[in-house]
Ligand binder design. Structure first.
Ligand SMILES: *Cc1c(COP(=O)(O)O)cnc(C)c1O
Length: 379
Protein backbone atom coordinates (compact mmCIF):
# COMPACT_ATOMS: atom_id res chain seq x y z
CA UNK A 1 0.00 0.00 0.00
CA UNK A 2 1.51 3.29 -1.08
CA UNK A 3 1.20 6.73 0.47
CA UNK A 4 1.47 9.51 -2.14
CA UNK A 5 3.09 12.90 -1.39
CA UNK A 6 -0.13 14.67 -2.33
CA UNK A 7 -3.68 13.67 -3.20
CA UNK A 8 -7.02 15.28 -3.96
CA UNK A 9 -9.96 15.14 -1.57
CA UNK A 10 -13.20 14.51 -3.48
CA UNK A 11 -16.49 13.99 -1.65
CA UNK A 12 -20.12 13.49 -2.64
CA UNK A 13 -20.75 17.25 -2.83
CA UNK A 14 -17.97 17.55 -5.45
CA UNK A 15 -19.36 14.63 -7.45
CA UNK A 16 -22.87 16.10 -7.32
CA UNK A 17 -21.63 19.50 -8.50
CA UNK A 18 -19.86 17.95 -11.50
CA UNK A 19 -22.87 15.76 -12.36
CA UNK A 20 -25.14 18.80 -12.28
CA UNK A 21 -22.82 20.68 -14.63
CA UNK A 22 -22.66 17.70 -16.98
CA UNK A 23 -26.46 17.61 -17.20
CA UNK A 24 -26.70 21.36 -17.81
CA UNK A 25 -26.65 23.30 -21.08
CA UNK A 26 -23.07 24.46 -20.79
CA UNK A 27 -20.07 22.19 -20.71
CA UNK A 28 -17.83 25.21 -21.32
CA UNK A 29 -18.18 29.01 -21.68
CA UNK A 30 -21.25 28.98 -19.45
CA UNK A 31 -22.30 30.49 -16.11
CA UNK A 32 -20.39 28.10 -13.82
CA UNK A 33 -17.12 29.76 -14.84
CA UNK A 34 -18.24 33.22 -13.71
CA UNK A 35 -19.59 31.79 -10.46
CA UNK A 36 -16.27 30.08 -9.76
CA UNK A 37 -14.34 33.23 -10.66
CA UNK A 38 -16.41 35.33 -8.24
CA UNK A 39 -15.78 32.80 -5.46
CA UNK A 40 -12.03 32.66 -6.18
CA UNK A 41 -11.76 36.46 -6.22
CA UNK A 42 -13.61 36.74 -2.94
CA UNK A 43 -11.48 34.08 -1.28
CA UNK A 44 -8.29 35.68 -2.62
CA UNK A 45 -9.27 39.20 -1.54
CA UNK A 46 -9.04 40.51 -5.10
CA UNK A 47 -11.41 42.53 -7.29
CA UNK A 48 -11.63 39.86 -9.96
CA UNK A 49 -10.47 36.47 -11.17
CA UNK A 50 -9.95 34.91 -14.58
CA UNK A 51 -10.18 31.10 -14.57
CA UNK A 52 -7.85 29.30 -16.97
CA UNK A 53 -6.97 25.76 -17.94
CA UNK A 54 -4.01 25.19 -15.58
CA UNK A 55 -1.50 26.97 -13.37
CA UNK A 56 1.05 27.29 -16.17
CA UNK A 57 -1.58 28.96 -18.36
CA UNK A 58 -2.32 31.26 -15.42
CA UNK A 59 1.34 32.34 -15.28
CA UNK A 60 1.52 32.83 -19.05
CA UNK A 61 -1.73 34.82 -18.98
CA UNK A 62 -0.66 36.94 -16.00
CA UNK A 63 2.72 37.86 -17.49
CA UNK A 64 0.98 38.76 -20.77
CA UNK A 65 -1.63 40.81 -18.90
CA UNK A 66 1.17 42.67 -17.09
CA UNK A 67 2.57 43.54 -20.52
CA UNK A 68 5.70 41.38 -20.37
CA UNK A 69 7.39 41.04 -23.76
CA UNK A 70 10.71 41.10 -25.63
CA UNK A 71 13.31 43.34 -24.01
CA UNK A 72 11.80 42.95 -20.55
CA UNK A 73 13.48 41.25 -17.64
CA UNK A 74 11.60 39.21 -15.08
CA UNK A 75 13.10 38.38 -11.69
CA UNK A 76 12.27 34.83 -10.54
CA UNK A 77 13.32 33.01 -7.36
CA UNK A 78 15.51 29.98 -8.15
CA UNK A 79 13.46 27.70 -5.88
CA UNK A 80 10.29 27.12 -7.87
CA UNK A 81 8.70 24.98 -10.55
CA UNK A 82 10.10 25.71 -14.01
CA UNK A 83 6.82 27.27 -15.21
CA UNK A 84 7.36 30.43 -13.12
CA UNK A 85 10.29 31.18 -15.43
CA UNK A 86 9.43 29.41 -18.69
CA UNK A 87 6.17 31.27 -19.25
CA UNK A 88 8.01 34.62 -19.13
CA UNK A 89 10.57 33.26 -21.60
CA UNK A 90 7.70 32.16 -23.89
CA UNK A 91 6.70 35.85 -24.09
CA UNK A 92 10.20 36.88 -25.15
CA UNK A 93 11.39 38.18 -21.79
CA UNK A 94 14.69 37.24 -20.20
CA UNK A 95 14.83 35.85 -16.69
CA UNK A 96 17.12 36.79 -13.83
CA UNK A 97 17.16 34.15 -11.11
CA UNK A 98 17.61 35.35 -7.55
CA UNK A 99 18.26 33.52 -4.33
CA UNK A 100 15.78 32.64 -1.61
CA UNK A 101 15.57 32.97 2.16
CA UNK A 102 17.20 30.19 4.13
CA UNK A 103 14.18 29.49 6.36
CA UNK A 104 11.20 29.64 3.98
CA UNK A 105 12.78 29.19 0.51
CA UNK A 106 10.77 32.23 -0.62
CA UNK A 107 12.35 35.05 -2.62
CA UNK A 108 15.01 37.04 -0.74
CA UNK A 109 13.90 40.67 -1.16
CA UNK A 110 17.47 41.96 -0.84
CA UNK A 111 18.57 39.62 -3.64
CA UNK A 112 15.71 40.91 -5.76
CA UNK A 113 16.74 44.47 -4.93
CA UNK A 114 20.31 43.75 -6.06
CA UNK A 115 19.04 42.24 -9.33
CA UNK A 116 16.69 44.98 -10.50
CA UNK A 117 17.70 46.84 -13.64
CA UNK A 118 16.06 49.38 -15.92
CA UNK A 119 14.56 46.52 -17.95
CA UNK A 120 12.96 44.84 -14.93
CA UNK A 121 9.24 44.63 -15.68
CA UNK A 122 8.08 42.08 -13.11
CA UNK A 123 9.33 40.53 -9.89
CA UNK A 124 7.81 37.09 -9.38
CA UNK A 125 7.38 35.70 -5.88
CA UNK A 126 6.38 32.16 -4.97
CA UNK A 127 4.60 31.08 -1.80
CA UNK A 128 6.79 27.99 -1.50
CA UNK A 129 5.01 25.02 0.14
CA UNK A 130 2.17 27.42 1.00
CA UNK A 131 4.25 29.83 3.08
CA UNK A 132 3.82 33.33 1.61
CA UNK A 133 6.84 35.33 0.55
CA UNK A 134 7.63 38.56 2.44
CA UNK A 135 5.13 40.45 0.30
CA UNK A 136 5.63 43.88 1.86
CA UNK A 137 9.36 43.80 1.20
CA UNK A 138 8.92 42.48 -2.36
CA UNK A 139 6.32 45.15 -3.16
CA UNK A 140 8.67 47.82 -1.78
CA UNK A 141 11.54 46.61 -3.99
CA UNK A 142 9.25 46.54 -7.04
CA UNK A 143 7.93 50.00 -6.25
CA UNK A 144 11.43 51.47 -6.17
CA UNK A 145 12.24 49.67 -9.44
CA UNK A 146 9.06 50.70 -11.23
CA UNK A 147 8.22 47.01 -11.68
CA UNK A 148 5.07 45.02 -10.96
CA UNK A 149 4.78 41.97 -8.71
CA UNK A 150 3.39 38.62 -9.86
CA UNK A 151 2.81 36.17 -7.02
CA UNK A 152 2.89 32.54 -8.18
CA UNK A 153 0.58 31.15 -5.51
CA UNK A 154 0.22 27.70 -7.06
CA UNK A 155 0.93 26.31 -3.57
CA UNK A 156 -0.73 28.95 -1.50
CA UNK A 157 -4.44 29.55 -2.00
CA UNK A 158 -5.87 29.77 1.52
CA UNK A 159 -2.71 31.26 3.06
CA UNK A 160 -2.51 34.74 4.56
CA UNK A 161 0.28 37.25 5.23
CA UNK A 162 -0.22 39.82 7.99
CA UNK A 163 -3.92 39.03 7.91
CA UNK A 164 -4.30 39.57 4.16
CA UNK A 165 -5.11 36.64 1.89
CA UNK A 166 -2.67 35.48 -0.76
CA UNK A 167 -4.23 37.06 -3.83
CA UNK A 168 -4.36 40.53 -2.25
CA UNK A 169 -0.58 40.96 -1.95
CA UNK A 170 0.64 41.52 -5.52
CA UNK A 171 -0.35 43.22 -8.78
CA UNK A 172 -1.41 39.81 -10.09
CA UNK A 173 -1.55 36.41 -8.41
CA UNK A 174 -1.81 33.00 -10.05
CA UNK A 175 -3.21 29.72 -8.72
CA UNK A 176 -2.98 26.10 -9.86
CA UNK A 177 -5.79 23.63 -9.29
CA UNK A 178 -3.80 20.51 -10.10
CA UNK A 179 -4.93 17.49 -8.00
CA UNK A 180 -2.10 17.71 -5.46
CA UNK A 181 -2.58 21.44 -4.83
CA UNK A 182 -4.67 22.93 -2.03
CA UNK A 183 -7.85 22.61 -4.07
CA UNK A 184 -8.46 20.98 -7.40
CA UNK A 185 -10.38 21.22 -10.66
CA UNK A 186 -8.34 18.27 -12.08
CA UNK A 187 -6.50 20.68 -14.36
CA UNK A 188 -7.14 24.35 -13.81
CA UNK A 189 -5.83 27.66 -12.62
CA UNK A 190 -6.71 31.32 -12.16
CA UNK A 191 -5.30 34.82 -12.31
CA UNK A 192 -6.56 37.31 -9.74
CA UNK A 193 -5.93 41.04 -9.58
CA UNK A 194 -7.38 44.34 -8.38
CA UNK A 195 -6.39 46.07 -11.62
CA UNK A 196 -9.26 46.18 -14.16
CA UNK A 197 -6.83 46.53 -17.06
CA UNK A 198 -4.89 43.42 -15.99
CA UNK A 199 -8.16 41.49 -15.62
CA UNK A 200 -9.47 42.63 -19.02
CA UNK A 201 -6.21 41.73 -20.74
CA UNK A 202 -6.09 38.37 -19.01
CA UNK A 203 -9.66 37.64 -20.07
CA UNK A 204 -8.82 38.42 -23.70
CA UNK A 205 -5.57 36.43 -23.63
CA UNK A 206 -7.45 33.40 -22.33
CA UNK A 207 -9.70 33.36 -25.40
CA UNK A 208 -7.61 34.09 -28.51
CA UNK A 209 -7.40 37.83 -27.79
CA UNK A 210 -10.97 38.22 -29.02
CA UNK A 211 -12.66 41.58 -28.43
CA UNK A 212 -16.47 41.73 -28.50
CA UNK A 213 -17.28 44.93 -26.59
CA UNK A 214 -18.69 47.36 -29.21
CA UNK A 215 -16.88 50.26 -27.52
CA UNK A 216 -13.52 48.58 -28.28
CA UNK A 217 -14.18 47.38 -31.83
CA UNK A 218 -12.32 49.05 -34.66
CA UNK A 219 -15.23 48.23 -37.00
CA UNK A 220 -18.30 48.58 -34.77
CA UNK A 221 -20.74 48.56 -37.71
CA UNK A 222 -19.56 45.31 -39.29
CA UNK A 223 -22.50 43.34 -37.91
CA UNK A 224 -23.76 41.55 -34.84
CA UNK A 225 -21.42 38.61 -35.39
CA UNK A 226 -18.30 40.71 -35.51
CA UNK A 227 -15.37 40.23 -33.16
CA UNK A 228 -11.76 41.33 -33.47
CA UNK A 229 -8.28 40.27 -32.40
CA UNK A 230 -6.05 43.20 -31.40
CA UNK A 231 -3.47 41.26 -29.37
CA UNK A 232 -2.80 37.54 -29.83
CA UNK A 233 -4.05 35.12 -27.22
CA UNK A 234 -4.62 31.39 -26.82
CA UNK A 235 -7.40 29.05 -25.81
CA UNK A 236 -6.80 28.70 -22.08
CA UNK A 237 -10.45 28.39 -21.06
CA UNK A 238 -11.57 26.33 -18.06
CA UNK A 239 -14.70 24.25 -18.82
CA UNK A 240 -17.88 24.70 -16.77
CA UNK A 241 -17.66 21.07 -15.66
CA UNK A 242 -14.35 21.80 -13.94
CA UNK A 243 -15.41 25.24 -12.69
CA UNK A 244 -18.33 23.52 -10.93
CA UNK A 245 -15.86 21.19 -9.23
CA UNK A 246 -13.76 24.19 -8.24
CA UNK A 247 -16.70 26.04 -6.68
CA UNK A 248 -17.59 22.94 -4.68
CA UNK A 249 -13.96 22.53 -3.56
CA UNK A 250 -13.73 26.20 -2.55
CA UNK A 251 -16.63 25.68 -0.16
CA UNK A 252 -14.45 23.02 1.52
CA UNK A 253 -11.22 25.07 1.59
CA UNK A 254 -11.43 26.05 5.28
CA UNK A 255 -11.87 22.40 6.20
CA UNK A 256 -8.92 21.45 3.96
CA UNK A 257 -6.80 24.11 5.66
CA UNK A 258 -7.63 22.80 9.14
CA UNK A 259 -6.79 19.25 8.11
CA UNK A 260 -3.51 20.24 6.46
CA UNK A 261 -2.63 22.23 9.59
CA UNK A 262 -3.24 19.11 11.68
CA UNK A 263 -0.92 17.09 9.42
CA UNK A 264 1.72 19.82 9.72
CA UNK A 265 1.41 19.87 13.51
CA UNK A 266 1.69 16.07 13.74
CA UNK A 267 4.94 16.13 11.72
CA UNK A 268 6.35 18.99 13.83
CA UNK A 269 5.61 17.00 16.95
CA UNK A 270 6.58 13.57 15.62
CA UNK A 271 9.90 14.73 14.19
CA UNK A 272 10.90 17.15 16.94
CA UNK A 273 14.22 16.40 18.56
CA UNK A 274 15.34 14.18 15.69
CA UNK A 275 19.00 14.81 14.83
CA UNK A 276 19.97 15.41 11.22
CA UNK A 277 16.84 17.22 10.06
CA UNK A 278 15.49 20.75 9.99
CA UNK A 279 11.75 21.24 10.21
CA UNK A 280 9.85 23.96 8.31
CA UNK A 281 9.16 27.20 10.18
CA UNK A 282 6.32 29.70 10.18
CA UNK A 283 7.39 33.33 10.13
CA UNK A 284 5.58 35.90 12.25
CA UNK A 285 2.75 37.27 10.11
CA UNK A 286 2.37 34.12 8.04
CA UNK A 287 -0.61 31.78 8.26
CA UNK A 288 0.21 29.16 5.64
CA UNK A 289 -2.16 26.68 4.13
CA UNK A 290 0.45 23.96 3.73
CA UNK A 291 0.66 22.39 0.28
CA UNK A 292 3.96 20.59 0.99
CA UNK A 293 5.76 19.49 4.12
CA UNK A 294 9.36 20.36 3.17
CA UNK A 295 11.68 18.47 5.50
CA UNK A 296 15.39 19.36 5.33
CA UNK A 297 17.66 16.31 5.56
CA UNK A 298 21.16 17.26 6.68
CA UNK A 299 24.50 15.53 6.37
CA UNK A 300 24.09 14.52 2.73
CA UNK A 301 21.46 11.89 3.59
CA UNK A 302 18.52 13.20 1.53
CA UNK A 303 18.95 10.63 -1.24
CA UNK A 304 19.27 7.77 1.23
CA UNK A 305 16.05 8.82 2.97
CA UNK A 306 14.28 9.34 -0.38
CA UNK A 307 15.24 5.83 -1.53
CA UNK A 308 14.35 4.23 1.82
CA UNK A 309 10.90 5.84 1.94
CA UNK A 310 10.16 5.09 -1.71
CA UNK A 311 11.17 1.45 -1.18
CA UNK A 312 8.53 1.28 1.56
CA UNK A 313 5.83 2.78 -0.68
CA UNK A 314 6.02 6.29 0.77
CA UNK A 315 6.11 8.35 -2.43
CA UNK A 316 8.08 11.36 -1.24
CA UNK A 317 9.12 14.08 -3.70
CA UNK A 318 11.83 16.68 -4.06
CA UNK A 319 10.61 20.24 -4.76
CA UNK A 320 12.56 21.61 -6.63
CA UNK A 321 15.73 21.41 -8.63
CA UNK A 322 16.92 25.06 -8.93
CA UNK A 323 15.28 26.25 -12.16
CA UNK A 324 18.54 27.28 -13.85
CA UNK A 325 19.95 23.75 -13.42
CA UNK A 326 17.53 22.57 -16.12
CA UNK A 327 19.55 22.03 -19.31
CA UNK A 328 17.45 24.62 -21.19
CA UNK A 329 18.80 27.33 -18.90
CA UNK A 330 22.25 25.80 -18.39
CA UNK A 331 22.68 25.74 -22.18
CA UNK A 332 21.97 29.47 -22.22
CA UNK A 333 24.72 30.41 -19.83
CA UNK A 334 23.08 30.21 -16.39
CA UNK A 335 25.76 28.82 -14.11
CA UNK A 336 25.57 26.60 -11.06
CA UNK A 337 26.57 28.38 -7.87
CA UNK A 338 24.53 31.47 -8.75
CA UNK A 339 21.98 31.04 -5.93
CA UNK A 340 23.77 29.10 -3.16
CA UNK A 341 20.92 29.19 -0.64
CA UNK A 342 18.49 27.67 -3.15
CA UNK A 343 21.08 25.08 -4.16
CA UNK A 344 21.66 24.01 -0.55
CA UNK A 345 17.91 23.95 0.05
CA UNK A 346 17.50 21.68 -2.99
CA UNK A 347 20.25 19.37 -1.73
CA UNK A 348 18.43 18.89 1.57
CA UNK A 349 14.73 19.08 0.70
CA UNK A 350 12.33 16.13 0.89
CA UNK A 351 8.56 16.64 0.63
CA UNK A 352 6.77 14.26 2.99
CA UNK A 353 3.16 13.23 2.29
CA UNK A 354 0.83 16.19 2.92
CA UNK A 355 -2.86 16.19 2.03
CA UNK A 356 -6.19 16.70 3.75
CA UNK A 357 -7.17 13.02 3.76
CA UNK A 358 -3.83 11.68 5.07
CA UNK A 359 -4.77 9.47 8.05
CA UNK A 360 -2.94 9.75 11.38
CA UNK A 361 -1.90 6.08 11.14
CA UNK A 362 -0.41 6.52 7.64
CA UNK A 363 1.33 9.67 8.83
CA UNK A 364 2.74 7.88 11.87
CA UNK A 365 4.12 5.23 9.52
CA UNK A 366 5.93 7.98 7.60
CA UNK A 367 7.27 9.51 10.81
CA UNK A 368 8.47 6.13 12.09
CA UNK A 369 10.22 5.38 8.78
CA UNK A 370 11.98 8.76 8.77
CA UNK A 371 13.11 8.25 12.36
CA UNK A 372 14.23 4.64 11.92
CA UNK A 373 16.11 5.37 8.69
CA UNK A 374 18.00 8.33 10.13
CA UNK A 375 18.77 6.76 13.49
CA UNK A 376 19.52 3.33 11.98
CA UNK A 377 17.11 1.57 14.35
CA UNK A 378 14.41 -0.92 13.38
CA UNK A 379 10.91 0.53 13.66
C1 LIG B 1 2.02 23.40 -9.94
C2 LIG B 1 2.81 24.64 -10.16
C3 LIG B 1 2.72 25.42 -11.33
C4 LIG B 1 2.00 24.94 -12.55
O1 LIG B 1 0.68 24.60 -12.35
P1 LIG B 1 -0.01 23.51 -13.33
O2 LIG B 1 -1.45 23.62 -12.95
O3 LIG B 1 0.59 22.20 -13.03
O4 LIG B 1 0.25 23.95 -14.73
C5 LIG B 1 3.40 26.62 -11.37
N1 LIG B 1 4.16 27.04 -10.35
C6 LIG B 1 4.29 26.31 -9.22
C7 LIG B 1 5.14 26.85 -8.11
C8 LIG B 1 3.64 25.09 -9.10
O5 LIG B 1 3.80 24.36 -8.00
Amino acid sequence: MTIPYGHQSIDDSDVAAVAEALRGDWLTMGPAVARFEDAVAQRAGAAGAVAVSNGTAALHTAYAALGVGPGDEVIVPAMTFVATASTAVQLGASVRFVDVEDDTATIDPSAADAAVASATAVIASVGYAGHPADADAVVAVAGRAGARVLDDAAHAIGSTWNGRPVGALADATTFSFFPTKNLTTAEGGAVVSDDPEVLARARRFRSHGLVRDPAELREPDEGGWHQEVHELGLNYRLPDVLAALGASQLARLDDFKRRRAAVFARYQEGLSGLDGVRLPVVRPGADPMWHLYPLRVLGGRRRELYDALRAQGVLVQVNYIPVYWHPYFADRGYRRGMCPVAERFYAEELSLPMYADLTPSDQDRVIDLVRSTLTGSAS
